[in-house]
Design a protein around this ligand. Structure first.
Ligand code: SF4
Length: 905
């Protein structure tokens, strides 16, 4: 009997906006997803990623059973949970006995729930006795943590989402908010539409979709943010646009900063930043004369060797103008991951302890040890992400536990990261998707529950805690993260502290939350008055929410009192320091990395949904058209891109959104989808001295065209995930290979590859077998002399598989035919003829990318509509594009602004 459809209110598992979602399900399967109108973060809206959640998480990509590798070099085999966790406990205990507690480490994730984090922290610090527990939030948020703590006294974003809507001047620095925090960006767009006098300033080396909302875009040179902020402050002081009363009453350190920024005159700053003096002055004027001023920032400031300085230099502007603690004002860091905030709160960076405490503070250690009922907590400094993997590479870390993150894709300097994982004697990976690059190195793979299958809490960017509810059980033997962690801990306890009562007698996430929350009492984030019951009855709440409170706290520091020793905020005076790798002859381009609109991080979840590749179907390196001309390159050329650390081969595309001398590549591409260890094979591990956050957004690179005349193209529908797994290893033999998915109703595997000479016939035959092109209704043409061949499988008049080998001139035409689904007479004639180019008028057809993912509207249809004279409203009415999540609207506006447009199809 089919169960009735139910609705479970939960949250989206992607970005730090923390949208509420309503999961439609039948208790066994998720059927759909909608925005939760009652959730204060999104008020019913979702972006393209959130709205596609139910299409992701293909069971074929899920880890379903524990798997154990008995010795390096052997394949993993299925085992049961008892054997898996007993084995892990024995290996960890033996390693700790032999090499000490700091020979093991935990590397966890900003996507875990607060209860998962708490369990891991207690396990590492109280039971194992190591501070070697760090999180992938080190890669995205740790500079913001330092910025808040040293400037304001606590890691607490003071603003809320309504402040963004109510501000008179919003400065967005180093954030493509339109892609990275789309629902919040929609809220900002709507607020500006209602109050056009609101000013928006965007500071970004690239002209992103976010800039379409800007009154002023400053395309500064990468890494020059500190100089810019000091230059703005210089003008604010000169013009008398600072709030001297606020400075005197509530801050300290202004005089030192004043002396420093004296030198940052407009001329000097315009040269350092590569912008005009006029635009710098305009920026300062917009800030200085605004009744309220709010700043938003993300990775562009944080992922830098000067990340802490950039954060503090921006916060300086708020303190100097008194624009903090009041409506529409304040420095507002956008958190990248859904629960990076929860990680910071529970102490999930190696230098922290639960309740915003410091691992290096003896008093804090004593408080937590007392609460946990242990003699003490480790004093030794824990390793941060980059340090941890380097220590592992040189043999210091003998056992590593990774949960819900994919370091073999996301850390910089991937060659060394892969070396480190290969060198570690025992790697445990607790993961929902067995397909991630990191799972390849797992000696023990533990299947974890994923979105919709687990319960707990998360904190979003505005300090708002939501109850994440479970809609259905995890598949097969997958378990919630907190349950795996505490089960392991209970098996390890008798080996490390025999005879003592268990520290891990938790039977539910609620029990973990109840224990954790009291560790926050009387701290700046005090959430000791919260409970699951309150969250259920009153909805998501912002901390602080101390015992006895009836509601959360919307805004901090309204009274000008800061959580520092003397109650004053502290100006930080640090000079501008250039990024680590400067442009030079051997590495003449600066690589910037960032996000795609419809993908999330390493694509372990979004990469399982074909329609999320519609907007960006393949990995590309962007260069300005002038740079292409200067280097005699054309869009589509394959380039070898190399940095001081590694190289990969990728097609280039002309992109006017970046300046000459710069290059851009999305950070999502890893070794799974792009041969060559992905984007992060190029990026650098150099990190900020305080936050230890690496400079992922700034690497010196060089490019050269590569001639790979033998090209390959394939499209195949059916059994997409399993075909992907089987085919991907075969493409190691090619110099370039990009494997992604495509299609909506008919998900298909899309492969592009190239090499210098034709591969062995047996390899091609093997690929054909896996593509289903070795038998059945297959039309084939081969010219062995030229080493070219074509194969098309046609079933019931529909193309179900295509393969071109040797040359791929008809690639885009075939993609268009594929999308139409028809095998026409043109195709049959072309297929059986020794020509490569597509026939007649079809030769002009090129495949159009999907612009509107929600309503499946391609760029070609939008361009055709514009050519017919439609404006934005006309396009929305006729094509429906942009009428659902709105993520495509900035791009449609840009196409409208480019009239007359070229219509491709
Ligand atoms: Fe999810 Fe999009 Fe909301 Fe972020 S903005 S939480 S990705 S729906």
């Amino acid at each position: 009997m089919v169960s009735p459809t139910q609705i479970t209110a939960s949250t989206c598992c992607y970005c730090g906006v923390g949208c509420g979602v309503l999961i439609e399900h039948d208790g066994e399967k998720i059927l759909g997803v909608a925005g939760d109108p009652s959730h204060p973060a999104n008020l019913g809206k979702l972006c393209s990623k959130g709205a596609s959640l139910h299409l992701t998480g293909d069971l074929d990509a899920r880890a379903l059973y524990p798997e154990l590798r008995l010795a390096k070099g052997l394949a993993r085999t299925r085992t049961d949970w008892d054997s898996a966790l007993d084995h892990a406990a024995n290996v960890f205990a033996e390693t700790i006995r032999e090499h000490g507690p700091d020979s093991v480490a935990f590397y966890i994730s900003g996507q875990l729930l607060t209860e998962d984090y708490y369990a891991f922290n207690k396990l590492a610090r109280a039971l194992v006795g190591t501070n070697n527990i760090d999180s992938n939030s080190r890669l995205c948020m740790s500079s913001a943590v330092v910025g808040y703590k040293r400037s304001l006294g606590a890691d607490a974003p003071p603003c809320n989402y309504e402040d963004i809507e109510q501000s008179d001047c919003v400065l967005i620095a180093g954030s493509n908010m339109a892609y990275a925090h789309p629902v919040l960006f929609r809220r900002l767009e709507e607020a500006k539409a209602k109050r056009p006098q609101m000013k928006v300033i965007v500071i970004d080396p690239r002209r992103t979709d976010t800039c379409d909302l800007a009154d002023l875009h400053l395309a500064i040179l990468p890494g020059s943010d500190v100089a810019l902020f000091h230059g703005i402050l210089h003008i604010l002081m000169w013009e008398g646009w600072i709030d001297r009363r606020y400075i005197d009453a509530h801050t300290e350190g202004f005089d030192a900063l004043k002396s420093l920024v004296h030198a940052y005159n407009p001329q000097m700053v315009s040269e350092l930043c590569g912008i005009s003096v006029e635009s710098l002055q305009q920026c300062a004027q917009l800030i200085g004369q605004a009744p309220s001023f709010l700043s938003l920032w993300c990775m562009g400031l944080n992922q830098s060797t000067a990340g802490s300085a950039k954060n503090s230099a921006l916060i300086n502007l708020h303190l100097a103008t008194g624009q903090i603690g009041k409506v529409g004002s304040g420095p507002f860091s956008l958190t990248g991951q859904p629960n990076a905030m929860g990680g910071r709160e529970t102490g999930s960076l190696s230098n922290l302890l639960p309740g915003h405490r410091e691992a290096g503070n003896a008093e804090h250690r004593a408080e937590v040890a007392h609460y946990w009922g242990v003699d003490g907590l480790p004093e030794s400094t824990g390793l941060t992400a980059i340090e941890l993997f380097e220590a592992m590479r040189v043999g210091q870390i003998k056992a590593l536990w990774i949960a819900c993150t994919n370091p073999a894709q996301s850390l910089p300097d991937q060659n060394k990261v892969h070396e480190a994982l290969a060198a570690c004697p025992f790697v445990v990976v607790q993961e929902a998707f067995f397909t991630t690059e990191t799972c390849h190195y797992a000696d023990l793979l533990l299947p974890a529950a994923s979105w919709g299958e687990k319960e707990g809490t998360v904190t979003n960017s505005e300090r708002r805690i939501s109850h994440v509810r479970r809609a259905m059980p995890a598949p097969a033997e997958a378990r919630p993260d907190w349950a795996i962690t505490t089960d392991f801990a209970r098996r390890l306890e008798p080996l490390l502290r025999p005879g003592l009562p268990s520290l891990f007698a938790f039977d539910s996430p609620d029990a973990l939350f109840e224990e954790y929350k009291h560790l926050t009492a009387k701290r700046d984030l005090d959430l000791s008055g919260l409970s699951y019951a309150i969250l259920d009855h009153q909805g998501p709440q912002q901390w602080p929410f101390p015992a006895g409170a009836t509601q959360g706290t919307a805004r901090l520091y309204g009274d000008g009192q800061f959580p520092t020793a003397n109650g004053r905020a502290k100006f930080q005076a640090e000079p501008f320091r250039a990024a680590k790798e400067k442009r030079e002859t051997r590495y003449s381009l600066t690589l910037n990395t960032g996000r795609l609109r419809d993908q999330w991080h390493g694509m372990s979840r979004t990469g399982s949904a074909a329609q999320l590749f519609g907007h960006a179907p393949e990995a590309l390196l962007s260069l300005h058209p002038d740079e292409l001309r200067r280097r005699r390159l054309q869009s589509g050329d394959l380039l070898k891109v190399r940095s001081r650390r590694g190289s990969l081969i990728v097609p280039v595309v002309a992109d006017e959104s970046i300046r000459s001398g710069q290059a851009y590549m999305p950070m999502h591409w890893g070794n799974r989808f792009l041969k060559g260890l992905g984007t992060n094979v190029l990026t650098q591990p150099a990190f900020d001295p305080l936050s230890k956050q690496p400079e992922l957004k700034h690497a010196g690179i060089e490019v050269e065209k590569v001639e790979l005349p033998w090209s390959f193209f394939a499209l195949v529908e059916g059994d997409v995930q399993s075909r992907f797994e089987a085919l991907r290893p075969l493409f190691e033999a090619f110099a370039y290979a990009n494997l992604t998915l495509t299609g909506r109703e008919r998900p298909a595997l899309l492969i592009r590859a190239a090499c210098a000479v034709a591969p062995e016939a047996e390899l091609l035959a093997q690929i054909d077998r896996l593509l289903g092109l070795n038998k059945g209704p297959v039309l084939a043409y081969d010219d062995p002399r030229k080493a070219v061949g074509k194969r098309v499988r046609i079933e019931d008049g529909r193309i179900t598989a295509i393969r071109l080998a040797g040359e791929t001139a008809a690639r885009d035409w075939l993609k268009t035919l594929w999308n139409d689904g028809q095998a026409d007479a043109d195709l049959r004639r072309w297929l059986l003829a020794p020509v490569s180019t597509p026939p007649g008028s079809a030769s002009s057809k090129t495949a159009s990318k999907t612009l509107c993912n929600c309503l499946n509207v391609g760029e070609a249809a939008v361009c055709a509509g514009i050519a017919r004279g439609l404006d934005l409203n006309g396009l929305k009415q006729e094509l429906k594009c942009g009428t659902s999540c709105g993520s495509c609207v900035p791009e449609i506006k840009r196409l409208l602004a480019q009239q007359p447009v070229a219509v491709n199809a």
